[in-house]
Design a binder for this molecule. Structure first.
Ligand code: SF4
Length: 373
């Protein structure tokens, strides 16, 4: 198993840089324009892009470009917008990363990303904000408040840094060690950072970028209705909804954005969200003991789901210190899933990964902040 990496405190390793353009968020034409303005041949742009797409962001490691261009890249761009602060490797192959920002007053703020290897795929779960603008009471990230929106470059840089890490130290055994799927399910509400998230999706999908198919990108949202509609119009990636309750009274409590966009509005918007062939919308439902796993909750959920277009993903609750909730016992989770299936609804219980490395979203980042204070 690879070793965990704990690096020195961010204040010691991160330099406060002005807001320079970030290499991970530049497209080919933007890089070509830069090369022209630096009196460099245009083909250099493609060379730099090829390195970047492999996860090589440090100009000193770009072997086929001139020393002069390396210096230019270092002074004119923020080539590596993130610093790796900490890495934890689970016995099941899952890797969790804490990255520090290097941008002006946000320098030293931390985000988490996760790589989840399976036999036939490797998924990266990325963050879109430091903390979160919303405050779902069962979510550890929600308890930490909102600190910053990530730039498109910082969103894409999480994937590039993980790509480089996997290249240096592949996951052992039969598990996939390449990134095949991306999920926007880490820290933050992606649709509350809409512009950066749309742009980052464009960069991931672009054939001169990471060239990842739309079908392999999933965005999870708590249910910002106008933004979901716009996503469907502009970047119709796979959609997951943090549902967690199927009555307004309970969802108002568990997912407070429901007070602004209640279930009836969410329902209408989901009914018309564009779906790729053989794709479904995923309704995520964290099962909380005695809170949303009662017979009446099951009834409400089965009434809400549109089985033609949606499936339910039941998630085990990851307790965190001070959490007021307990997870539903595993047997009851299976029963809940079976009851949905018996009503003709596709339901799965999500296997919890990385249990030994602080699996609750935001937990590793919080632990890192505490250690380094
Ligand atoms: S569940 Fe998602 S939207 Fe709610 S507080 Fe946590 S990160 Fe934010």
């Amino acid at each position: 198993m690879p070793t965990n990496t704990a690096i020195t405190p961010p204040t010691a390793t991160l330099t406060n840089t002005p807001d320079l353009p970030q290499l991970p968020e530049l497209g080919l034409s933007e890089l070509q324009a830069l090369m022209t303005s630096w009196q460099q041949p245009k083909f250099r742009a493609k060379q730099v892009l090829d390195w970047r797409n492999k996860g090589v962001l440090n100009p000193d490691e770009m072997k086929n470009i001139s020393a002069e261009l390396r210096e230019k890249l270092k002074t004119e761009l923020l080539c590596e917008p993130l610093s790796l602060i900490r890495r934890e490797c689970s016995s099941d192959g899952t890797r969790k990363y804490v990255f520090g920002l290097k941008r002006g007053r946000f320098t030293g703020k931390m985000v988490e990303s996760v790589f989840i290897p399976e036999e036939k795929r490797g998924t990266v779960c990325i963050s879109s904000q430091v903390g979160c603008v919303l405050d779902c009471p069962f979510c550890y990230t929600g308890t930490q408040g909102f600190e910053a929106n990530l730039t498109p470059g910082e969103i894409v840089a999480q994937i590039l840094a993980i790509k480089a890490d996997l290249h240096r130290e592949p996951v052992s055994g039969e598990l996939h060690s390449d990134i095949t799927h991306i999920v926007y399910m880490g820290m933050g509400e992606p649709l509350a950072n809409e512009e950066s998230v749309h742009r980052s999706i464009g960069l991931l999908m672009h054939e001169e970028g990471l060239n990842i198919s739309r079908r392999r990108i999933t965005l999870s949202t708590s249910g910002l209705v106008p933004q979901i509609t716009r996503l469907g119009e502009v970047q119709p990636v796979n959609l997951a909804i943090s549902l967690h309750a199927a009555t307004d009274s309970l969802r108002d409590e568990l997912v407070p954005i429901n007070r602004k966009y209640p279930l009836a509005e969410l329902r209408q918007c989901l009914n018309v969200y564009p779906l790729a062939k053989q794709r479904h919308i995923t309704l995520e439902y964290v099962l909380l003991d005695g809170v949303n796993d009662r017979p009446e909750d099951l009834q409400a959920l089965s009434r809400f789901v549109n089985p033609e277009r949606e499936r339910v993903n039941l998630i085990q609750f990851n307790p965190y210190p001070g959490s007021p909730y307990r997870g539903t016992p595993k047997d009851n989770m299976r029963e809940f899933a079976q009851s949905l299936i018996s009503k003709g609804i596709r339901a799965t219980v999500r296997r919890s990964r990385g249990q030994d490395i602080m699996a609750a979203c935001g937990q590793l980042k919080a632990d890192t902040s505490r250690t380094e204070k």
